[in-house]
Design a protein around this ligand. Structure first.
Ligand code: ADP
Ligand code: MG
Length: 289
């Protein structure tokens, strides 16, 4: 019989924990690259009733792939927020089907949907939705607590998430002490902390100036490189298009276009293209197309 000393067991256990946390959805990240994370078919949503009844979504078919940042664009009132709310299991469709990370929502009641949402979905909102009386770390810990993660594991997740968005040095700052860009990065860290399969961001740059808006979109583009995660972001800002793997246009409740950007011009020649690791990798990828 193989005898493993206690301290070695602990080390093994710690390593397993770390592996699990680093690769929460697949033991082999490359195996899940391009995997369908969200699969929606024939989504219809009717809101209001009687004379105020409105068919907001008119049959949406959509698959979101792991490792991709998809931008959702369209006029105000075209159904973007409604679609995000359904994909994030906040709203249920009037008809149509939805699978998140391979789990169907068809037979789920409110509690089942909330559980699926907690395990698989991270939200980022235009207005950050941070609690003003909690600092950056505490905002993240609160969200983790709601997901059933607490204690040292939660603290590790919070530290890691703040590190991922480059805000380790602001861990103890309160929202009132942060810039808009920093607040949105904390909100992204909060969305990331529970290792969701999909991040849904509703106009995450709308309240930010141009530079901060680009920085947030660059961050989401980095976040989307995780081969076990899909990111869908609503945006009106055409300056953020350079960060997209895919751009979907919605009008009057229907998808009217779904494109992957053609090879981008060299960022140097367009002035304000993504910089840093993400931009470099994307440039390399596009140059191979
Ligand atoms: N709770 C509601 N009841 C009735 N109509 C709604 C409700 N929420 C949104 N709508 C309508 O649905 C349409 C789509 O809204 P929304 O999804 O918020 O669009 P977008 O995010 O693209 O601006 C709009 O015409 C809006 O007025
Ligand atoms: Mg909206």
């Amino acid at each position: 019989m193989l005898l493993i000393p206690d301290h070695a067991k602990q080390t093994l256990s710690d390593e397993c924990d770390l592996r699990d946390r680093d690769q929460p959805h697949s033991p082999n990240p490359d195996a899940s690259r391009g995997k369908t994370i969200v699969r929606a078919k024939g989504l219809v949503k009717v809101l209001g009733s009687g004379a105020n009844e409105l068919k907001v979504l008119k049959g949406i078919d959509l698959e979101l792939k792991a490792g991709e940042l998809t931008l959702l664009m369209g006029p105000s009132g075209s159904g973007k927020t409604t679609l995000l709310s359904i994909l994030g299991c906040i709203l249920t469709p009037t008809s149509g089907t939805l699978e998140i990370a391979g789990e169907s929502t068809a037979d789920l009641g409110p509690e089942g949907l909330a559980d699926l949402r907690r395990r698989h979905v991270g939200f980022v909102f235009q207005s950050y939705n941070l609690f003003p009386t909690l600092n950056a770390t505490q905002n993240i810990l609160l969200a983790l607590d709601l997901c059933g993660i607490s204690g040292p594991e939660a603290s590790e997740c919070a530290v890691r998430a703040l590190g991922e968005v480059g805000l380790t040095h602001r861990a103890n700052a309160y929202p009132g002490q942060m810039s808009g860009g920093e607040k949105q990065r904390v909100a992204i860290a909060r969305a990331l902390a529970g290792s969701p399969s999909v991040i849904l961001a509703d106009e995450p740059t709308a309240a930010l100036d141009s530079e901060n808006g680009k920085a947030v979109m660059a961050l989401l583009s980095e976040v989307a490189k995780d081969p076990s995660r899909a990111v869908l972001a609503v945006t009106h800002d055409h300056r953020t298009l350079a960060y997209a793997d895919r751009i979907i246009q919605i009008e009057d409740g229907r998808i009217v276009s779904d494109e992957r950007p053609t090879p981008a011009p060299e960022p140097e020649s367009i002035g304000h293209a993504p910089e840093g690791k993400g931009g470099h990798e994307r440039r390399q990828r596009w140059s191979c197309l």
